[in-house]
Design a protein around this ligand. Sequence first.
Ligand code: ATP
Ligand code: MG
Length: 445
Amino acid sequence: DIPAFAQAALDALEQDGHEAWLVGGFVRDSLMGRSVSDIDMATSATWRDARAAFEGAGYATHETGVAHGTITVVIDGHAIEVTTFRIDGAYTDARHPESVDFTSSITDDLARRDFTVNALAYHPHRGLLDPYGGAEDIERRLIRAVGDPRKRLSEDALRILRGCRFSSQLGFSIEEQTFRAMLERKSAILSLSRERVAHEIDLLISGEHIRKALLDCIDVLTAAIPELVAAKGFDQKSPFHMYDVLEHTAYVMEEVPGEPLVRWAALLHDIGKPASCFEIDGVRHFRGHPEIGIIIGREVLGRLGYSHTFTRKVLELVRLHDEHIAPTRKGVRRALRELDGDTALFVALCELKRADALAKAPAYRERAETAAALLDMLGRILIDEEPFTRAGLAINGNDVIAAGVPAGPDVARALDAALDAVIDDEVPNSLPELVAFVESWQCSR
Ligand code: ATP
Ligand code: MG
């Protein structure tokens, strides 16, 4: 009942006289009937002995974290993280244990793990080892710290975000004492490296149950993203909205696919609203809110260390989410040109628009059909190989120069003019007609 490559790893260790268990997410997700991401294994062997056992059985290993007893073994193309049973020493900086002590007992090893649902071990012959009631918490759909939550979350502040992350991935609630400790200790998130924070937030915002997790955990998450404070409870007082900004945001996030780019755009799409709000006759208006959202969003993503490319794409989606795009060939080709021909980004934009419409009052929801029509039109444009970038034109720079445009910046200008004309159906995309177009463009200058 476990994958053959995992069984092979257990066999290799046991043949050398070591004890080994499957631990972590694999056990949790298997009990839940969820698809399993990666496999973690715990063993009584030191990393050197584990490496010897695997190499003796003919498997490649990598020293991925030998300081804390972890190596990675690759079997049939699957990587398994194998860690020596350990007890973490004292934590002094809320980030790293000062020392790592190894132990011969799997039960001691499970005690250092963060949440009960993650403190399970399984072996095909010995069965489930569950000293902290993890199986019952899976049943009850609860994230609960192993041991004293305040102590465990103080040891490693990343666990605060991991708690929110598992809530989002699994759809579990956070047990009351654990949640209270998360709130109490949340400022320690600021002591974590931004890479670790961004990694957890990516997993969190990509979770299947992000709506619940965002609403449940908002008062914790604001330690990492204080810009979200203003969204909570911010009533839009508009006939188009039945939710406040945060509730609306949470709904939109869950409605788009679970990938960081479009989820980040959903998280930030209305973040400029509180700051851009003005009220007339009891109705709130948010003129220019995407522009303010871009400023705020750039700050958030920059602080968390996201790349320029990723940031640019997210902010492009924020900027365009509320702009009308006609679901016609012209309208979609123009939008694609504006996105530099990035069709994946256009798809993300359509997903965001669709979700945004669905999250508004019922009268607004026909816009969701427009978003579907945009995607449909994209498909037709791609099948028909219609141009929407310079590269798609039947004319190139050399042709433009041959048509009488001097080499230099005018060549790009001529190609852009040609592209505009083709996109707007004024000129067909064929070389002779485009040469004629460029000649008259040049004459009229
Ligand atoms: P995923 O599905 O994301 O792999 P996972 O539960 O397997 O989830 P990992 O980050 O792979 O999470 O870690 C494997 C196991 O190691 C966890 O289940 C948990 O028992 C333990 N663990 C990981 N990080 C921590 C931590 N910061 N504090 C305590 N235990 C941890
Ligand atoms: Mg794992």
